[in-house]
Design a protein. Structure first.
Ligand code: MG
Length: 263
């Protein structure tokens, strides 16, 4: 197997999903054979996505729809990482103002951070398809009067059937500009979500391999933590972008299936 060429030996995989496991509604590779291959090679796998608009249970259902059954503990997203960061600051929880989709609000509520529009401990921002001037104004007021500013992921755009749509990063930039405050960001390439994934894998950074299709999130985030990297060319990265990136990823393959022996 290609990953056996890495030393020290890889024990855990941190797997991006969009552009790695599927593109839109189409799987990139034979997913049941891929996950059987991970199991056969005794590789622990955690899936980690910057996308906070879908909840962990929605990803578990999506994988089940592709014939792969996994427990929810095998998926982390930037919403879970936000909850983890907030718990460190506010161990007993507290009200938060949320600019984001229902999946983000659900994870916050479960973690002890119910939605509110006043007397909040933090403003949490992510992708919100109903973002508005009124929401921007309220977030600005709350941050300027002392609420902590936390954000899910910095992605400026995300792929859409008609091109690129504005992502969480575009909304965060608006709030940041208004409030003159930089957020603490949970998703890749920042460390919070990647550290959560590593903790669940239970292995050292050098024994983990992050597999992703984006250089400035998946690969950069892993490189900063000393995690080994595999770039797959099944998503958004072009050959020219790869050539310009230093240091190069440890491995580059057409798809995730080329890393291991499928079963
Ligand atoms: Mg991706």
């Amino acid at each position: 197997m290609l990953i056996d060429t890495l030393q020290p030996k890889i024990h855990g995989i941190i797997l991006d999903m969009d552009g790695v496991l599927w593109r839109g509604s189409q799987p990139v590779v034979d997913l049941p054979a891929l996950f059987a291959g991970f199991q056969h090679a005794s590789l622990n796998v955690i899936m980690a996505t910057n996308n906070a608009s879908r909840s962990v249970s929605q990803y578990v259902e999506r994988l089940a729809g592709f014939g792969v059954s996994i427990p929810p503990t095998q998926v982390v997203n930037s919403a879970l990482a936000v909850v983890h960061m907030l718990k460190q600051q506010f161990p007993s929880g507290g009200p938060v103002y949320v600019i984001g989709e229902q999946g983000l609000k659900d994870h916050l509520l479960e973690g002890g951070f119910p939605y509110a529009e006043e007397k909040v401990v933090a403003v949490v921002a992510g992708l919100d398809l109903n973002f508005s001037y009124a929401k921007l104004r309220l977030a600005n007021d709350l941050i300027r009067t002392g609420a902590l500013f936390v954000a899910t992921n910095p992605d400026p755009t995300y792929p859409h059937p008609n091109g690129l749509a504005p992502g969480a990063g575009s909304i965060i930039a608006a709030i940041s500009t208004a409030s003159q405050t930089q957020p603490i960001i949970a998703g890749k390439p920042y460390p919070a979500m990647m550290e959560m994934a590593l903790a669940r894998l239970g292995c050292a950074p050098a024994e983990a391999l992050a597999v992703g299709d984006r250089l400035d999130t998946d690969i950069l985030g892993a490189q900063r933590l000393g995690i080994r990297t595999a770039l797959v060319m099944s998503g958004v990265t072009t050959a020219a972008e790869l050539a310009a990136w230093t240091p190069a990823p440890d491995l580059v393959t057409p798809t995730v299936a080329d890393l291991i022996d499928l079963k």
